[in-house]
Design a protein around this ligand. Structure first.
Ligand code: AMP
Length: 540
C-alpha cells in the first residue's frame, strides 16, 4: 500500500510571495518609472504594506473573492501592488493588453466581468472610448495621485489610486484558500476571432515563478537586479514580478519608457544585471547603444523570447557587448516560460558561431513542462533535430481549458501550441514557424523564421518579415519585407544575392518590399496578418 507523505499541506498562494519578500528581503528595492516621468523607489516591505492597503480598499469597494479586477497599465509599482492585492484577496487580476483593438478590449473586460479597472493615465483616452460599453465596471482607478489623475469626460466614477488607498489600514489578513484558485487572467492577442482567456491558478504562477529563479532559467538571487521589459499586461511579464520577490532580487520597472535610450539609462543608473524582453525592444536598445558607442557596465545577461531572436542579434549581444543571451519560449497559455535555451558546460570550447547557433534555438523545457512534436496524425516524431511537427506541451503551468471555454483544447492531455518545432536528441527545441506562417511551396516547407533570421544578418537590415503569397504553380512563395537601418542603402538584388548564399535556392524570396516600419502588435511581434491583408495577393 502506498504511504501518505507526512508533510504539512500549505497552499501555494501569491500572498505568501510578497509576505516572504517583506519578511526576508524587506529592504530590497523596487524602482519604478512613474507614468508622468520621475523614478519612484521603495522596498518590498513597503510594497507589501501598500498591497495590503489596496486589498482593504478593494474590499471597501464591495469586491469579494472571485471578482475580477482589470488593469490597463505599464510595468510600475502600483501595478505590482495590484498583482498581489487582487490575487492575494482571492480575486482575479485581469491584465488587459492596451494595444488590443478597443472593440476587443471591451469584449475581454465584459467577458472577464471586471468590476474595477485600474489604468495608467496614458490610457485615459482609451478608457474614455470604452467605459460606456463596459457596464459591469463600477469604478475606474487611475494608477496615480490625485494631481496626475486626469478627468475623463463622460466617465463619472474615476478615482485616484493614492486617494483610494490613503485612508486604508496596512493590516490585512490574507485569506487562505485552495491553491488551484484562479489568480490572474490574460487573453490571447489572437488576430482571428475573439481573444481567449487563460486563467492562471496561484499554484501555476508560484511554481512557474520558482522555476524562473533557477540558474538555468533567469537565475535570480538577492545579488541580481532585474529589469523586465516584457509587459505586465501580457503573460504576467513572464512571472518576473513574482520571481524577483521570491529570490529577493531588486526589481526595476520601466513604466511607459521603452525606447532604447530610456532603457539604457535605466539599466546604467540602477545597475541592472539581468533583463528580459522581446527581440524588437532589444533591437532598439542595441541600435541606441551602437549609435552612441556605449557599453553596458553592469548588465551581463538578457532573456529574450516572444518571437524568434535572430542569430545576428545574439551575436551582437554576446560578442560585441559581452552579454549572455538566454532564449526562451512561451505563450499566453503557458503562464510564462516553457523552455529556455542556455549553454551547457560542453559548449565552453565551441566557437562563438556554434554557441550562437545553439542559442538561436528555444532551448530545453524547464522542469515542470514536458514537450513533444507530433505529425498531422498526432504521432510523436523522433527527437532528431530535423523531424518537424506541431509542438505539444503539458505541465504544471500549462492551460487545460480557456476561460468560459466550451471545448477542451487538449489532445490526449497535451496542449497543441500551433507552433511547428523540432526537438533534438538532447531535448533542445527549435521553433521553425507558426502553423499559419510556415510557407508551403511545391509540397515542401520554408521556415519564415529562418529566412527572416538570414535577412537580419545583413548589416543594412534593421528588421525583416517573410510571408507566403499564393502562387499558381508552387502553391505559395515567400515574399520578403525589409526595413533598412537609418542611412543605409540596400537594393532588392543585393539582399536576394545575400540570401542566395545562405539558404537553399528554392527558399530565396520571389520579391522584396522595402518598408519604413513593420506593423508591430501590442506584444512586440510583427503582425504578419496585417502584411498578408495588404500584400498577400497572388504572384504571377
Ligand atoms: P503569445 O501568446 O501572444 O505570447 O504568443 C505566443 C507565441 O509566440 C508562441 O506560440 C510562438 O509562436 C511565439 N513565440 C514565443 N516565443 C518565441 C520564440 N522564442 N521564438 C519564436 N517564437 C516564439
Amino acid at each position: 500500500m502506498l504511504q501518505p507523505g507526512l508533510m504539512m499541506d500549505r497552499p501555494l498562494l501569491l500572498s505568501s510571495v510578497i509576505e516572504h519578500a517583506a519578511a526576508q528581503y524587506g529592504d530590497a528595492e523596487v524602482v519604478s518609472r512613474e507614468t508622468h516621468g520621475p523614478l519612484f523607489r521603495y522596498t518590498y516591505s513597503e510594497c507589501a504594506a501598500r498591497a495590503r492597503k489596496l486589498a482593504n480598499a478593494l474590499a471597501g469597494l464591495g469586491l469579494q473573492g472571485g471578482d475580477a479586477v482589470g488593469s490597463i497599465a505599464w510595468n510600475n509599482h502600483r501595478h505590482l501592488e495590484a498583482y498581489y492585492a487582487v490575487s492575494g484577496s482571492g480575486m482575479v487580476m485581469h491584465t488587459c493588453n492596451p494595444r488590443l483593438h478597443p472593440q476587443q478590449l471591451i469584449y475581454i473586460i465584459n467577458h472577464a466581468e471586471d468590476r474595477v479597472v485600474l489604468f495608467d493615465a496614458t490610457f485615459a483616452p482609451l478608457v474614455k472610448g470604452i467605459a460606456a460599453h463596459c457596464p459591469n465596471v463600477r469604478t475606474w482607478v487611475c494608477l496615480a495621485d490625485a494631481a496626475n489623475t486626469p478627468a475623463i469626460e463622460g466617465v463619472a466614477n474615476v478615482l485616484a489610486y493614492e486617494e483610494l488607498i490613503a485612508p486604508c489600514s496596512e493590516d490585512f489578513t490574507w485569506p487562505e484558500f485552495d491553491e488551484h484558485t484562479g489568480a490572474a487572467l490574460c487573453y490571447t492577442s489572437g488576430t482571428t476571432g475573439n481573444p481567449k482567456g487563460a486563467l492562471y491558478s496561484h499554484r501555476a504562477i508560484v511554481l512557474n515563478a520558482m522555476s524562473g529563479c533557477l540558474p538555468g532559467v533567469l537565475s535570480l538571487s538577492p545579488a541580481e537586479t532585474i529589469l523586465p521589459v516584457v509587459p505586465m499586461f501580457h503573460i504576467n511579464a513572464w512571472c518576473i514580478p513574482y520571481a524577483a520577490p521570491i529570490a529577493g532580487a531588486k526589481l526595476v520597472l520601466p513604466g511607459p519608457r521603452l525606447d532604447g535610450q530610456s532603457l539604457y539609462e535605466l539599466m546604467e543608473s540602477e545597475a541592472v544585471t539581468v533583463s528580459a524582453g522581446v527581440p524588437t525592444i532589444w533591437q532598439a536598445l542595441l541600435g541606441h547603444v551602437e549609435q552612441h558607442g556605449l557599453r553596458f557596465s553592469t548588465m551581463y545577461r538578457t532573456a529574450v523570447g516572444g518571437s524568434a531572436m535572430p542569430q545576428a542579434l545574439i551575436a551582437k549581444f554576446m560578442d560585441t557587448y559581452g552579454v549572455e543571451v538566454r532564449h526562451g519560449w512561451g505563450m499566453t497559455e503557458t503562464t510564462a516560460v516553457g523552455t529556455m535555451g542556455t549553454l551547457m558546460p560542453k559548449a565552453k570550447n565551441w566557437t562563438s558561431e556554434q554557441k550562437q547557433a545553439l542559442l538561436a534555438k528555444q532551448g530545453k523545457s524547464t522542469f515542470g513542462v514536458e514537450i513533444k512534436v507530433v505529425d498531422e496524425q498526432g504521432n510523436t516524431l523522433p527527437r532528431d533535430g530535423t523531424s518537424q511537427g506541431e509542438l505539444m506541451v503539458r505541465g504544471h503551468w500549462i492551460m487545460a481549458s480557456y476561460y468560459k471555454g466550451e471545448r477542451s483544447p487538449l489532445v490526449d492531455g497535451w496542449f497543441p501550441t500551433g507552433d511547428i518545432a523540432t526537438i533534438d536528441a538532447e531535448g533542445v527545441m527549435q521553433i521553425r514557424d507558426r502553423t499559419k506562417d510556415v510557407i508551403k511551396t511545391g509540397g515542401e516547407w520554408i521556415s519564415s523564421i529562418d529566412l527572416e533570421s538570414a535577412a537580419v544578418a545583413h548589416p543594412a537590415v534593421a528588421m525583416a518579415a517573410v510571408i507566403g503569397v499564393k502562387h499558381p504553380k508552387w502553391d505559395e512563395r515567400p515574399l520578403l519585407f525589409v526595413v533598412r537601418k537609418p542611412g543605409q542603402t540596400l537594393s532588392k538584388e543585393e539582399i536576394l544575392a545575400f540570401l542566395a548564399e545562405r539558404v537553399a535556392k528554392w527558399w530565396v524570396p520571389d520579391d522584396v518590399i522595402f518598408l519604413d516600419a513593420l506593423p508591430v502588435g501590442g506584444t512586440g511581434k510583427v503582425q504578419k496578418s496585417d502584411l498578408r491583408k495588404q500584400y498577400g495577393g497572388v504572384f504571377s
